[in-house]
Design a protein around this ligand. Structure first.
Ligand code: C2O
Length: 544
């Protein structure tokens, strides 16, 4: 079926949060933006009109975009941005994907307010692999600043320092009862005793990994990103920016009002972070009359783990498995090793050098700090063979071996800038070891790969040891994801088959890290010849 989501108007809209009104960029005047509900197999046609004063693009986070590379959305990667007054129609098909995804601006830091849920239901007549819920609620976790987000970005880029910490976290755009001037607008959800419902939780925060929990209720995880998982119970979830988790919740408690809550998971003690808590209310409709008629029952607040509780995170993450044994990705043709981490670059002393010790922050993979082109997109440069825009010499391994126990070489924290792609042969079986360097930052890096859905075959702490750790990889029931946290001081290993030709961005989904260059791109050719491997661009593709 064709799903027409005709007008998506990107525009400035005044909203009131934390006692003050400010203009934010929204889609159709809504914050968060409209939820797209589609079915596996649907053809989507989404026309985006830009009425804002900023350039914008929209990315369909987790959609594989097989054969529709021009619709992926990251600015200067697969398209030039839609300029103010401009229009672009994204057309793509949902191919064998079900689950909780989302869409967001992929332009500057506009996704702070330009985002919404993208829910893919099974084909008509196909059931869920779990109990049919009474109803479903998308839960979008966000991050709010008391100032224009482009101003926050400019401040960070100008000073070379870390961006200002946020002023609040939000659930479906609302900070909740624990913040000033927010109580009347706190999100409220109602359910009857005995109901089983689905929560589709999305971490849309710009910079922060978040814990999420619901007071007194057990959550049963049934999916992550656009894949089902082996169901398992948990009290707490942790989601990196970009990740989603689908859970079942049963109203099995004595009727009352309960808070759901989210707050930061941050192993950093040296760096400041927003340590506030966002809440929404889950209310049983059958609250006893006497309580209903007297003072409203105070919602019950859940226990959240300590902000630096890595043990809880690891316990949660290791339980995420594919529902059944898969014909695992046992072979590897391309064995890649990428260091991911922050770094610094020297700076001529002045107001623009407010990073550590008078430097500027930078970030890299294999010590290459990614730079976006400005005059065209990478995909166009490739497709039209435009010289001088990109090179295909992204290194498959770091310039020096990474070793936590040794001295960290300058070749791993003083990056060089470049627009380098790594060429993958169509159909090749790829393994990437993502090794955190732990330099400066003590944050997990949520690494997101466009155009693919990969298996997470391993995760661990310390140095990845190819001989020892390869033997321990999970090739039986690894989960499928599009965004994986590379833990602080540790590593994650992903595998996928390069079966989708195109130019595909891989990056840290913490936007400040992306801005500092924690990104690279794959170029996947189909082997038939460079120009044939990708369809011609649509006629309305914006130009730079
Ligand atoms: Cu959700 Cu490249 O982004």
């Amino acid at each position: 079926s064709v799903n027409n989501h005709l007008l998506k108007q990107v525009q400035a809209t005044p909203v009131k949060r934390l006692c003050r009104t400010q203009n934010i960029i929204t889609v159709n005047g809504q914050f968060p933006g409209p939820t797209l509900e589609v079915r596996n197999g649907d053809n989507l046609v989404i026309k985006v009109q830009n009425h804002a004063v900023y350039n914008v693009t929209i990315h369909w986070h987790g959609i594989r975009q097989i054969g529709t590379q021009w619709a992926d959305g990251p600015e200067y990667v697969t398209q030039c941005p839609i300029q103010p007054g401009g229009t672009y129609t994204y057309r793509f098909t949902i191919k064998n994907q079900e689950g909780t995804l989302w869409w967001h601006a992929h332009s500057k830091w506009l996704r702070a307010t330009v985002y919404g849920a993208l829910i893919i239901y099974p084909k008509l007549g196909s059931p869920y692999p779990f109990q049919e819920p009474k109803f479903e609620i998308p839960i979008l976790l966000g991050q709010w600043w008391n100032r224009d987000i482009i101003g926050v970005l400019r401040q960070a880029t100008f000073t070379g320092a870390a961006p200002n910490v946020s002023d609040a976290y939000t659930i479906n755009g609302q900070p909740g009862d624990l913040y000033r001037c927010s109580r009347t607008d706190t999100m409220k959800f109602y359910m009857e005793s005995g109901d089983t419902i689905v929560l589709r939780i999305i971490n849309a925060a710009l910079h922060q990994q978040l814990f999420f929990t619901v007071a007194n209720h057990r959550l049963t995880v049934v999916g992550v990103d656009a894949a089902y998982t082996k169901p398992f119970p948990t009290r707490t979830l942790m989601l990196g920016p970009g990740q989603t988790t689908t859970v079942l919740l049963t109203a099995d408690q004595p009727p009352a009002r309960f808070y759901m809550a989210a707050r930061a998971y941050a192993t950093a003690q040296n760096a400041p972070f927003d340590n506030t808590t966002t809440t929404a209310i889950l209310e049983y409709k059958s609250i006893p009359c006497n309580a209903q008629n007297s003072m409203p029952l105070k919602p019950i607040l859940p226990q959240l783990p300590a902000y630096n509780d890595t043990a809880t995170v690891t316990a949660f993450t290791t339980q995420i498995r594919s529902p059944s044994s898969i014909n695992g990705p046992t072979e590897v043709d391309e064995n890649l090793f990428f260091t991911v981490g922050l770094g610094i670059v020297n700076c001529i002393p002045g107001p623009q050098c407010q990073g550590p010790n008078g430097t500027r922050f930078a970030a890299s993979m294999n010590n290459i700090s990614f730079v976006l082109p400005r005059t065209t997109s990478l995909l166009q440069a490739y497709y039209q063979d435009i010289p001088g825009i990109l090179t295909t010499d992204f290194p498959p391994v770091p310039p020096v071996k990474f070793d936590y126990t040794g001295n960290v070489s300058r070749a791993l924290w003083q990056p060089v800038f470049g627009t380098k792609l790594y060429k993958l042969k169509f159909g090749s079986k790829v393994q990437i070891v993502l090794q955190d360097t732990g330099i400066i930052s003590t944050e997990d890096h949520p690494i997101h790969l466009h155009g693919y859905h990969f298996y997470v075959v391993g995760q661990g702490f310390g140095n990845f040891d190819s001989r020892k750790d390869t033997a321990k990889l999970n090739l039986i029931d690894p989960p499928q994801r599009n965004t994986i946290n590379v833990p602080v001081g540790g590593w994650s290993v992903i595998r996928f088959v390069a079966d989708n030709p195109g130019v595909w961005l891989m990056h840290c989904h913490i936007d400040s890290h992306l801005t500092w260059g924690l990104a690279m791109n794959f170029l996947v050719e189909n082997g038939v010849g460079e120009l044939q491997s990708i369809q011609a661009p649509p006629a309305d593709l914006p130009s730079c």
